[in-house]
Design a protein around this ligand. Structure first.
Ligand code: GLN
Length: 551
C-alpha cells in the first residue's frame, strides 16, 4: 500500500517547503523507495500560467505541457519522480472540476459544499498518484497554516488519514524558530502557535522541521517537543544554508529525518547512499575555474522569475567544477547605460525567455555586444527571438526587423505568430506547450553538446521564426541547427563563425539536474571557461615579465 507524507508550512511563507519536500523525496529515493511528488496550491488561478513572474516566479513547464508552480522544478531537479498535470493542483482547478460536475448533474441535485464535495475532490487528486509501484506520495500543501484559502486542503488531508489509516500517513510541519537579537535567544513560541493551529484543525504533526538561523539547543528542542506534543527525535533542525541549497538533504539526513520517516511509516528501505550527492557538493566546494555569466532579463531583481535558469547555470558549474558568478542584468539598464558598461568583463551572456515589450531593445543590444565581441551567447525562447531580430537588423540588413509580438506593423516580421496560434484568444494553457521532438544538424554545436541527433525539449511560446526569412539568414551565416521533424519550425539557430552562439526556441533549463547538467548549459559554460582562460593567458602575455620590472 502506498504511504502518504503531507508537508505543511507554518508561521511565515518562503520557508523553503518545496525544497524540503524535494529533499525528502530525494533521500527516500536514495533509500531505494519509489516516490511521487505533488503540490497543492491554495490560490484560485487555475494554474500559474497567467500569473506575473513578479507575483509567482517562473512558470515551470512539464513534458505534458502543464504550466506549474516553480516548486515542481525542485521536485524534478532532486528526484526521479515522473511529473504530470496530476502533480500540481490549485484551488481553481479543484473548484472548476467540481463546478463542471455539478453542471453535468453528477451530484444528483444535492447541495454542493466545501465539505464533502471540495474535500472529496482534493482527496481524489491525492489518490491519483498512489499505485502498486509507488511506495510514498509526498504532497506539499502550499501557503501557510492559518490562511483562509488553505483550510479545505488541510481538512482534506485530515480526512485522508481516516480513509487510509493513520499508520499510512505522516504529517510533516515546516516551521520557523526565529532568533531574537534583542533577547539573544531562539524563540519557540511561533512554532507552538502554528502547531496549535494545526491541532485545532485536527491534525497533530508527526514531525516538525524547524527552519532556523542558529542551531537549536537540546533544551529548546525539548521545549518544542513538549509544547507541540511530538517526541524529541521528531524535532528536526533545518539551519539556513548559506553555501548551497544542495546541502539541505544532507543536513536533514544528519539530523535523522530519513530514519524517522522510514520507522514511522514502516517502510522497507535500503541503506542510504548519498555518494553522488556528496561528490556534487565536493565539486562545488573545490572549484577549478572561476567565471562570470551575465543573465540579461527584465526581472533581474527577482530571483524566482528565472529560477531554473540560475539552477541550470549552477549545474553546468558543478559539471565543469567551476565557480560561476551570475550577474543579473536589467535589460532596461542596458538601454540606458549601454552594453559596454554593464556587460564588459563577463565570460558569457545569456538571454532568457519572457513576454512583453519592456526591455526588448536592451536585450537586442546585449546580443549584438555578445555577437560582435565573440562572447559565448546562449539565447532561450524570447532570447532566441531577440537574437533573430538582432541578426536580421544588423547583419542581414532588414531595417526595423522585429517580432509581431512587439510591432505588428514591422516591415520585417522575422518572428511571427505560430499558425496554430492565430485563432486563439483565450489565455491559460493555450500556447505551444510541453515536449516536442527536435532534429539536430549533425555538424552543429548543439548536436556536439547533446551527442544525439534527435532530442526532446519543452516549449512555452506563441511566436516563432518566420520561415520567409530562412534563406536570407542562412546566406548571412546563420545555421538552423534544430528543426521540428517535419522541418516546418526553427527550434535552434547558431552562428558557426562565432566561438559559441546558440539560441533555442525551447526551454532547456527545465531539464537540467544537479547530477546531470543540461548538455547546452554545459556547452555554454564550457565555452565561457575557455574564453576566460584565453583572456587570462592574454593578460599574462601582455604583463611585463618580472625580471624586466626588477631589471
Ligand atoms: N513571448 C514569446 C512568445 O510567446 C517568447 C516566450 C518565452 O520566452 N517563453 O513566443
Amino acid at each position: 500500500m502506498t504511504k502518504h507524507i503531507f508537508v505543511t508550512g507554518g508561521v511565515v511563507s518562503s520557508l523553503g517547503k518545496g525544497l524540503t519536500s524535494a529533499s525528502i523525496g530525494m533521500v527516500l529515493e536514495r533509500r531505494g523507495l519509489s516516490v511521487r511528488m505533488q503540490k497543492l496550491d491554495p490560490y484560485i488561478n487555475v494554474d500559474p500560467g497567467t500569473m506575473s513572474p513578479y507575483q509567482h516566479g517562473e512558470v515551470y513547464v512539464l513534458d505534458d505541457g502543464s504550466e506549474t508552480d516553480l516548486d515542481l522544478g525542485h521536485y524534478e531537479r532532486f528526484t526521479n519522480s515522473p511529473l504530470t498535470r496530476d502533480s500540481n493542483y490549485t484551488t481553481g482547478q479543484i473548484y472548476l472540476s467540481v463546478i463542471e460536475k455539478e453542471r453535468r448533474g453528477e451530484f444528483l441535485g444535492k447541495t454542493v459544499q466545501v465539505i464533502p464535495h471540495i474535500t472529496n475532490e482534493i482527496k481524489s487528486v491525492i489518490h491519483k498518484l498512489a499505485g502498486d509501484d509507488v511506495d510514498v506520495v509526498i504532497t506539499e500543501i502550499g501557503g501557510t497554516v492559518g490562511d483562509i484559502e488553505s483550510q479545505p486542503f488541510l481538512e482534506a488531508i485530515r480526512q485522508f488519514s481516516l480513509d487510509v489509516g493513520k499508520e499510512n500517513c505522516l504529517y510533516i510541519h515546516l516551521t520557523l524558530v526565529p532568533y531574537l537579537k534583542a533577547a539573544a535567544e531562539l524563540k519557540t513560541k511561533p512554532t507552538q502557535h502554528s502547531v496549535g493551529q494545526m491541532r485545532q484543525i485536527g491534525i497533530q504533526p508527526d514531525i516538525l522541521i524547524c527552519r532556523c538561523e542558529r542551531s537549536i539547543s537540546r533544551e529548546d528542542r525539548e521545549k518544542i517537543a513538549l509544547f507541540c506534543n511530538v517526541p524529541l527525535e521528531a524535532v528536526i533542525e533545518e539551519k539556513d544554508k548559506d553555501f548551497s541549497i544542495y546541502e539541505v538533504p544532507l543536513s536533514l539526513v544528519d539530523n535523522g529525518l530519513d530514519e524517522l520517516i522510514v520507522k514511522k511509516l514502516h517502510l522497507h528501505a535500503e541503506t542510504l547512499d548519498l555518494d553522488i550527492w556528496r561528490d556534487l557538493l565536493h565539486r562545488l566546494r573545490n572549484p577549478k575555474h572561476e567565471i562570470s555569466i551575465a543573465v540579461v532579463g527584465k526581472y533581474a531583481e527577482h530571483v524566482d522569475a528565472y529560477k531554473s535558469i540560475y539552477e541550470a547555470i549552477d549545474h553546468a558549474g558543478m559539471h565543469h567544477q567551476a565557480q560561476i558568478r551570475i550577474g543579473r542584468i536589467h535589460s532596461e539598464a542596458i538601454e540606458r547605460e549601454g552594453p559596454e558598461r554593464l556587460l564588459a568583463g563577463y565570460d558569457g551572456i545569456l538571454c532568457p525567455g519572457g513576454f512583453g515589450e519592456r526591455g526588448i531593445e536592451g536585450k537586442v543590444e546585449a546580443i549584438r555586444f555578445a555577437r560582435e565581441r565573440g562572447i559565448p551567447f546562449f539565447g532561450i525562447c524570447l532570447g532566441m527571438q531577440c537574437a533573430v531580430i538582432e541578426f536580421g537588423r544588423n547583419v542581414v540588413g532588414l531595417v526595423n526587423a522585429h517580432s509581431t509580438e512587439f510591432n505588428k506593423d514591422t516591415p520585417h516580421p522575422v518572428i511571427c505568430l505560430l499558425n496554430e496560434q492565430k485563432e486563439i484568444t483565450r489565455k491559460g494553457g493555450t500556447m505551444r506547450l510541453g515536449a516536442h521532438p527536435c532534429k539536430l544538424d549533425p555538424s552543429s554545436t548543439s548536436a556536439a553538446c547533446y551527442g544525439e541527433e534527435l532530442i526532446s525539449a519543452r516549449h512555452r511560446h506563441r511566436y516563432e521564426f518566420n520561415n520567409v526569412y530562412r534563406q536570407q539568414f542562412a546566406a548571412n551565416g546563420v545555421v538552423f541547427a534544430g528543426l521540428s521533424p517535419d522541418e516546418s519550425l526553427v527550434e535552434i539557430v547558431e552562428i558557426p563563425e562565432h566561438p559559441w552562439f546558440v539560441a533555442v526556441q525551447f526551454h532547456p533549463e527545465f531539464k537540467s539536474k544537479p547530477t546531470c547538467a543540461h548538455p547546452l548549459f554545459a556547452g555554454f559554460v564550457g565555452a565561457a571557461i575557455e574564453r576566460h582562460s584565453m583572456k587570462s593567458d592574454r593578460s599574462r602575455e601582455t604583463e611585463p615579465a618580472s625580471e624586466s620590472i626588477e631589471g
